[in-house]
Design a protein around this ligand. Structure first.
Ligand code: DQA
Length: 142
């Protein structure tokens, strides 16, 4: 079973980006952890990151067309991108929203997610474990 783990803007900079908020795990380490966790649970995970809204939308279209389950960290797009939401809402297999930090405990502009309403669920605030938990939750959904 394939699984797409999609990451939005600035997430490739994990490790050096505001480590007090996002931790010191690098993006490469996060990707490896996701692939291994998914493998243990019977998924073949592909982990991607882009800073580009159009690219993220095209990946969501790909997931929709092939009924591939998605774990999505939309990063800042979470808070304002109706285009990402509209693409995500076309998904034909479950989509779980993840965040490393807890946006509800941060600045007010982060308190809105335009994605949560079309996600099967949201896991936030556990750092890299948010992704581990999301992969486990996906097993339950499928
Ligand atoms: C984030 C939270 C967002 O508010 C922020 O813009 C990010 C990362 C997280 O994983 O905690 O880029 O999605």
């Amino acid at each position: 079973m394939r699984l797409l783990i999609l990451n939005g803007p600035n997430l490739a900079r994990l490790g050096t980006r505001e480590p007090g908020i996002y931790g010191s795990t690098t993006y490469a380490e996060l990707a490896a952890i996701c692939i291994e966790t998914a493998r243990e649970l019977g998924f073949e995970a592909e982990v991607r990151q882009t800073d580009d809204e159009a690219t993220l939308i095209s990946w969501l279209h790909e997931a929709a067309d092939s009924a591939i389950p998605v774990i999505l960290n939309p990063a800042a797009f979470t808070h304002y991108s109706y285009a990402v939401r509209d693409a995500a809402s076309q998904c034909t297999a479950p989509l779980i929203e993840v965040h490393l930090s807890n946006p509800l405990a941060r600045e007010e502009f982060r308190h809105t997610s335009v994605i949560s309403g079309i996600a099967a669920g949201t896991i936030a605030g556990f750092g890299v474990d948010s992704y581990r938990l999301a992969i486990r939750a996906m097993v339950g959904l499928l």
